[in-house]
Design a protein around this ligand. Structure first.
Ligand code: TMP
Length: 204
């Protein structure tokens, strides 16, 4: 029987986290290991509604409204996480670190309020491991340019993404044992191998 950790994939736009989470899903499917996969914002029908609202290009919320919407979406997701916590492997495409990286390091919202509400929502739930995907400015620019449709959060300037990525790095350095940094500017196949090797260590 496998262990049942919560494994989070973090990183800025174009950092390859969604690609890697799908590689891990396929790997677990192949091994017939039960897991659930969710994303934030989104994850269940109610939080997907909130996702649409936040990321819609016509939305013009201020940073506090955004924060509360991301947390509202999380509140809906927590119900699923609670249901499967320690019963199934839980893969999450973005979680609490994204809120600190984007809303605090990127937008300047008070970190204390973010941590307080995260604690209130998560209670005894804790993340076991995080893959932090990093991308350089050039690749970020090229990858965003390739996207057919850009949402409201795909359109910030490079200095914003730089602040957010540095924020993620600060978080990783505070808990380095439960993070693996993936350099998404390197060969993608090599990174897939590194991630799957770590996944084996985490679940077997
Ligand atoms: P995605 O495109 O990776 O699904 O993420 C949507 C956007 O939401 C992305 O730009 C990061 C942003 N985001 C926050 O700003 N705060 C959060 O708490 C979360 C979960 C996402």
């Amino acid at each position: 029987m496998s262990k049942k950790p919560i494994i989070v994939f973090e990183g800025i736009e174009g950092s390859g986290k969604s690609h890697h989470i799908s590689v891990v899903s396929k790997y677990l499917n192949k091994k017939k290991i039960d897991y659930i996969k969710i994303r934030e914002p989104g994850g269940n029908p109610s939080s997907e509604k909130i996702r649409k609202l936040i990321l819609n290009n016509k939305s013009d919320f201020d940073k506090n409204t955004d924060l509360l919407l991301y947390l509202a979406a999380r509140s809906e997701n927590i119900k699923i996480i609670k249901k499967y916590y320690k019963k199934k492997i839980i893969l999450i495409d973005r979680f609490t670190d994204s809120t600190i990286a984007y809303q605090h390091y990127g937008m300047g919202v008070d970190i204390k309020i973010i941590k307080l509400i995260n604690r209130y929502l998560l209670k005894n739930i804790s993340v076991n491991f995080t893959f932090l995907n990093l991308v350089n400015k050039q690749n970020l620019y090229l990858r965003l340019k390739k996207r057919k449709k850009l949402n409201r959060y795909d359109k910030f300037n490079m200095s914003f993404y730089n602040k957010v990525q540095n924020g993620f790095l600060k978080l990783a350095n505070q808990k380095i044992k439960s993070y693996q940094i993936i350099n998404s500017n390197m060969d993608i196949k090599l990174n897939e191998k590194l991630i799957l090797k770590k996944i084996d260590e985490l679940i077997f």
